[in-house]
Design a binder for this molecule. Structure first.
Ligand SMILES: Nc1ncnc2c1ncn2[C@@H]1O[C@H](COP(=O)(O)OP(=O)(O)OP(=O)(O)O)[C@@H](O)[C@H]1O
Ligand SMILES: [Mg+2]
Length: 244
């Protein structure tokens, strides 16, 4: 059996679930409601990659770069020097749209093609091996039809796979529902799905983390309790112990 080369996420429990990491060149959807830890998980994926010598690109479509950096500064795994040294590039939708002369409210199929080419070219030029789009939901809101959404995500995933770039797209869903995306399309185009949820226990909200699908590898679908801390970022512990 041939095992495809892996992109190590850097969260030990998760990498060991999948023979060492995400198959290189895959596109993975991290989905969950507000505050479950999508952005933090994505940024840790990029900073862990930098430790392995892989450059990362973070494309923010929901908050400005300065706001994002301000939030991330609270974590030990994040260091602003990664940006200054060019190992981590953060780009935002408003700057790119402005440069391309696009309005940010609605995109035509032509607009989205231009945007798609820019994301791909930046990733290629920087020779980045990891890309995050946070969030794909907010880009999809600006597209007019389901066909345009499907076509955009499909083209993005294909061309990033061709340059062996592993991509994470974040997907926003309402709280306490087991749904993977707003449009019901994103999860079918993506190679993998990670679902971040929360469970209420004795007046507390416990974060959960579950790998739902990952094409090209065997993996368990164990539900983990997820914690976020300034010192260690994302940490996972199995929710239920099997007695077998
Ligand atoms: N320095 C920190 N140490 C520990 N936990 C933190 C720290 N900073 C933020 N958090 C936690 O992380 C949560 C936000 O996580 P994050 O931004 O990754 O979620 P998200 O799923 O991306 O949310 P959104 O949908 O709003 O973008 C905060 O609500 C807080 O509980
Ligand atoms: Mg976020």
């Amino acid at each position: 059996m041939e095992i495809r080369p892996r992109c190590k996420i850097g969260i030990a429990e998760l990498d060991s679930e999948m023979d060492g990491g995400i198959p290189i060149g895959s596109t993975v959807l991290i989905t969950g409601s507000s505050g479950v830890g999508k952005t933090t998980t994505c940024m840790q994926f990029l900073t862990n990659g930098i430790k392995l010598g892989e450059k990362g690109v973070f494309f923010t479509t929901t908050v400005t770069i300065s706001k994002l950096v301000r939030h991330l500064k609270g974590y030990d795994f994040f260091d602003e020097n990664l940006i200054k040294s060019g190992k981590l590039s953060i780009i935002d939708l408003w700057t790119i749209s402005d440069r391309l002369g696009l309005t940010t409210e609605r995109y035509t199929a032509e607009d989205i093609n231009v945007l798609f080419e820019v994301i791909r070219d930046i990733t290629k030029e920087l020779d980045a091996k990891r890309l995050v789009v946070d969030s794909i939901t907010s880009l999809c809101y600006r597209l007019q039809t389901k066909e345009t959404i499907r076509d955009f995500i499909f083209r993005l995933t294909m061309s990033l796979a061709a340059i062996r770039c592993t991509t994470i797209l974040t997907s926003e869903v309402p709280p306490r529902v087991f749904r993977y995306s707003q449009h019901g399309i994103e999860e079918f185009v993506a190679d993998g799905i990670i679902f971040l949820g929360d469970i209420e226990r004795r007046g507390d909200l416990i974060r959960t983390f579950q790998l739902i699908k990952m094409r090209g590898t065997a993996h368990s679908r164990t539900k983990f309790a997820m914690s976020l801390s300034s010192k260690r970022g994302v940490e996972l512990a199995p929710m239920f112990k099997s007695n077998i």
